[in-house]
Structures are given as structure tokens and as C-alpha cells.
Design a protein around this ligand. Structure first.
Ligand SMILES: Cc1cc2nc3c(=O)[nH]c(=O)nc-3n(C[C@H](O)[C@H](O)[C@H](O)COP(=O)(O)OP(=O)(O)OC[C@H]3O[C@@H](n4cnc5c(N)ncnc54)[C@H](O)[C@@H]3O)c2cc1C
Length: 362
């Protein structure tokens, strides 16, 4: 019994998060003979199946996503490209969980992972504690939107929103909007709202890089290798898109030609009425939309002190270098649907090896 009077449940593996990465891990656990509830448990704090996809804005239709890979063992087929991905993907994930009987427990919020007795880890949640020999962390980034800080930010009289709260294009009608950020979200927001907003201004830290030509497998691999190197060094992972650049498709070409994607360098301060540059230029705004990305949602791992000076966790493959019981999937180089699939399989392979060498000692 722990101090809340609820007995601690013992399993071999806890998977935290039931997005693409967590479900891939759960599938491979199941396939290699692990029984849900008896040998492993999947915990997720969202109300429904779907990982972060359930929270994405309605205008992000399935046809607009950049190539969503199916989960292992069951393809997503015949999805209507005009339906919101926030409906299509959760329905598919729900069917997947049923088909493979993964028994995801939700909503269960994992609050802290600590050292337990006998080389075990204690996973503290809003629904009691699990004691486990290994942990596969698949918590994604959606819960940690990144808001940069700029002088004067608190004085702004308009609204500030992050991509995580993007309400869809209609809300911006008649408003003057400054969009911050040079990634896929920023450009998509601009293209959606330009038609109805009173004015849009795009600012990015670095000049955006548009990539001509097809996204070959070789190119993708080289990009992933760059992110992987950062993670190996314990630096905060960058998104894969930040190293691939933005694909120059027809919609982007049109937006460039129409001036929707005329980019300005980052402003220097925020005023009550808008934004200002050091050279005296200013733009009045009703809304600042921060399309500035996300960070890994890994605060619950803090008691294990895995973070390096660079701010990230050093990871080899999927294994935390400082603690082989911890695997991070969907982290850094595997933060894409295809990467998450592969990471789930790789983590399970290593976890099985680890469990075969009992007792676990760190
Ligand atoms: C707007 C947007 C569009 C994208 N489009 C694409 C695309 O087209 N193609 C592509 O390959 N990738 C895309 N990505 C990247 C995409 O997020 C990943 O590919 C993949 O879906 C992430 O899966 P995941 O399992 O790592 O994370 P998530 O889907 O975020 O799942 C993480 C899960 O962990 C749970 N969780 C988090 N913290 C806790 C906790 N403490 N306790 C319990 N549960 C917790 C959450 O509830 C969530 O269900 C996009 C990302 C964004 C932001």
C-alpha cells in the first residue's frame, strides 16, 4: 500500500501516452506476448482515443496533413480527405485499440516517475501508482506549447493565441493578425486566415527555407539524422520540419505570389497596440498568433534527473543513456508518424532484452 491507501499495482512495462508512438509500442508488446493489465499498462490523460490529433483544429482536414503513416498491423484506408483529421484519426485509433485489445486506461494523468525499491520505477498518477521495471514514454509535445518571451508582451491589449488554441479561420475575420513562426503551422495559419483577416503580418526568426523537389526517402533520412545527433548530445530536440524546410507545393507557391507569405524579421518588442522593430517600424495588431512550436512533455520524468545541461535527455536509439529502463518514443528524431511507429518497435525490442536480464539495476 502507498500513503494514499491505494495498493501499488505491479507490471513489467508502463507505456505513458496513447498517441501514434504509444500505440505502436503497445502493439509490439502485445505481439511479443505481453498481456495488457497483467504485464503492461498504457496510461493516457486525454479523454478519448486519438493522441494529440483529437485536439487539432477542424480546418486541418485529413487531406491537409503531410502524410500520416498508418499504425503497425492495421492500415487506415478510405479516409475522406475533406473530413477533419481530429475526427478521422481518433476514430482509427479507437478501432485500433479495440482490434488489438490494448485496454488503454484514460483519463489517467502521469504526474511523476520516481525511483522505487529493487530497481523498479514508481509511476504516480491521478489514478494510483504503478510499479514497473521499464517505462516507455510516449507523451508527445502537444501539452507543452512553446511561447517565446518578448519585451512588452504583457502590455498587449489584443489577444495572444498559440497554435495549440488555433480556433480556425473564421475567428480571425476582420482582425489584424501578426503570425509568429516559420514552420508548417505558421504558413498554414496564414494561408487560411489571409482571406478573411483585415491584415496579416508574418514574422520569423530566420528566413524561411522552401524546399523544391520531391521529399525522397534519402532526404528524410538525412534530416532525421540531424535531429538524432542533437538528441544524442542531450540538446533540446528540434522538429524534423525545422531541418527539412517547407515543401514548396502549389498552395505555398500561390501564397508566395499573392504576398501572403511576405516575411519580416522578428520584431523587437510588443506594445499595447501591436509590435515594433528597433528601427522604428511598427505594425498595429488585434491578435498575435504564436506558431512557435512545442517542446517535449516530459516534466513527469523530472524526479529521475535525466536532463542534461543542454536541456534535453540524451537518447541512443530510444533508450535514455542515463537510465536504460526509460525509453523515449516520438521524441526528437522519432516525432513523426513514421518515426513513432519505428521507435515503438525498437523500444519494445530493447525493453524485452532488458527484462530478460533480471534484476534491473541502474
Ligand atoms: C499541427 C500538427 C500537425 C502534424 N501533422 C503531421 C503529419 O501530417 N504527419 C506526421 O507524420 N506528423 C505530423 N505531426 C507530428 C505528429 O504530432 C507526430 O507525428 C505524431 O502524431 C505524434 O505522436 P505521439 O504519439 O508522439 O504524440 P501524441 O499524439 O501527442 O500523443 C501523446 C499522448 O500522450 C498523452 N500524455 C501526454 N502527457 C501525459 C501524461 N503526463 N500522462 C498521461 N498521458 C499523457 C497525451 O494525452 C497524448 O494522447 C504534426 C504535429 C502537429 C502539431
Amino acid at each position: 500500500m502507498n500513503n494514499t491507501g491505494v495498493s501499488t499495482r505491479e507490471v513489467d512495462v508502463v507505456v505513458v501516452g496513447a498517441g501514434q508512438a504509444g500505440l505502436s509500442a503497445a502493439y509490439h508488446l502485445r505481439r511479443t506476448g505481453f498481456e495488457p493489465e497483467r504485464d503492461f499498462v498504457v496510461l493516457d490523460h486525454a479523454p478519448r482515443p486519438g493522441g494529440a490529433w483529437q485536439f487539432r483544429w477542424p480546418s486541418l482536414t485529413y487531406g491537409k496533413v503531410h502524410g500520416m503513416h498508418s499504425l503497425p498491423g492495421m492500415d487506415l484506408t478510405d479516409a475522406d480527405p475533406d473530413r477533419p483529421s481530429s475526427e478521422v484519426v481518433p476514430e482509427y485509433f479507437a478501432a485500433y485499440e479495440r482490434a488489438f485489445d490494448l485496454r488503454v486506461r484514460r483519463p489517467v494523468d502521469v504526474r511523476a516517475v520516481r525511483e522505487g525499491a529493487g530497481g523498479r520505477l514508481l509511476v504516480e498518477t491521478g489514478a494510483g501508482t504503478w510499479s514497473t521495471r521499464a517505462l516507455i514514454n510516449a507523451t508527445g509535445t502537444w501539452d507543452r506549447p512553446f511561447w517565446p518571451r518578448y519585451p512588452g508582451q504583457e502590455t498587449f491589449r489584443g489577444r495572444q493565441l498559440h497554435t495549440a488554441q488555433y480556433p480556425g479561420p473564421e475567428w480571425f475575420a476582420g482582425r489584424r493578425v501578426v503570425v509568429v513562426g516559420g514552420g508548417a503551422s505558421g504558413t498554414q495559419h496564414l494561408m487560411e486566415i489571409a482571406g478573411s483577416a483585415a491584415a496579416t503580418t508574418w514574422v520569423t526568426r530566420h528566413p524561411p527555407v522552401f524546399r523544391e523537389g520531391p521529399f525522397t526517402e534519402e532526404f528524410g533520412r538525412a534530416a532525421v539524422a540531424l535531429v538524432e545527433e542533437r538528441v544524442r548530445q542531450g540538446l533540446v530536440p528540434r522538429s524534423v520540419v525545422s531541418v527539412t524546410g517547407l515543401p514548396l507545393n502549389d498552395a505555398i507557391r500561390r501564397a508566395l505570389a499573392d504576398g501572403v507569405l511576405d516575411r519580416l524579421p522578428m520584431f523587437d518588442r510588443i506594445t499595447p497596440d501591436g509590435v515594433e522593430w528597433a528601427d522604428g517600424r511598427r505594425v498595429d495588431a488585434d491578435v498575435i498568433l504564436w506558431a512557435t512550436g512545442f517542446r517535449a512533455a516530459i516534466d513527469h520524468l523530472a524526479p529521475l534527473r535525466l536532463r542534461e545541461r543542454g536541456g534535453g535527455i540524451r537518447v541512443e536509439g530510444t533508450r535514455a543513456v542515463a537510465d536504460p529502463r526509460i525509453h523515449l518514443v516520438g521524441y526528437g528524431p522519432s516525432a513523426s508518424t513514421v518515426g513513432a511507429n519505428r521507435a515503438g518497435r525498437a523500444a519494445v525490442r530493447e525493453v524485452r532484452r532488458l527484462l530478460a536480464t533480471a534484476p534491473v539495476a541502474v
